[in-house]
Design a protein around this ligand. Sequence first.
Ligand SMILES: Cc1cc2nc3c(=O)[nH]c(=O)nc-3n(C[C@H](O)[C@H](O)[C@H](O)COP(=O)(O)OP(=O)(O)OC[C@H]3O[C@@H](n4cnc5c(N)ncnc54)[C@H](O)[C@@H]3O)c2cc1C
Length: 172
Amino acid sequence: MKKSYDIVIIGGGIIGTSISYNLMHDGFDGSILVIEKDPTYEFASTTLSAGGVREQFSLPENIKISQYSIGIFENFDDLMEVDGEKAHAEFKQHGYLFLANEKNWPMIRKNYETQKSLGAKVSLLSIDEIKKLIPHMETADLAGEVPLVLVMGLLTHTGPCRDIKRKARNWE
Ligand SMILES: Cc1cc2nc3c(=O)[nH]c(=O)nc-3n(C[C@H](O)[C@H](O)[C@H](O)COP(=O)(O)OP(=O)(O)OC[C@H]3O[C@@H](n4cnc5c(N)ncnc54)[C@H](O)[C@@H]3O)c2cc1C
């Protein structure tokens, strides 16, 4: 370990790890130290996370950030490959269902319009369509239409952090 580094990042969760990788990816060639107090990540949000990725947000900024992330995750295993060994984000896109009742329907509808205007792959499903998709769902208290995002993924919560760290450590 050296006595000093050009950049020191405190915390080696997904954010600190990703910053270190992206600095190098974007051409920074100085020294970087990531300090992590708990190598088991027992209480880190990264390992506690459900690992959900979705485009359904209300603010355009968040929708765009998510769309960028989805592009990264779709190619993650190749992007984070090291010495011919692919990464394992286990990114699977299934759909992410938001349910609307009379109370939250105006907000969900407004958010849906924002998402749609930004090219998000979201759809409004009727209760009949929902019933076909998930026959055992109780739908008595739902509003007439229910938005479903079609592009959404679930990934393992620890996998991406581990894979980005491996890529950053092996950066050439
Ligand atoms: C239950 C739960 C479910 C979630 N589900 C989702 C989801 O489905 N989708 C989604 O996008 N987001 C989800 N999130 C949010 C997401 O997990 C966090 O936004 C993300 O993991 C934050 O990453 P981070 O690196 O900033 O923080 P962390 O993963 O918490 O990493 C911070 C690290 O800093 C270390 N640290 C702290 N202080 C010091 C110090 N002084 N010195 C050295 N190291 C230090 C800690 O040990 C920790 O490892 C969820 C969060 C939780 C808690």
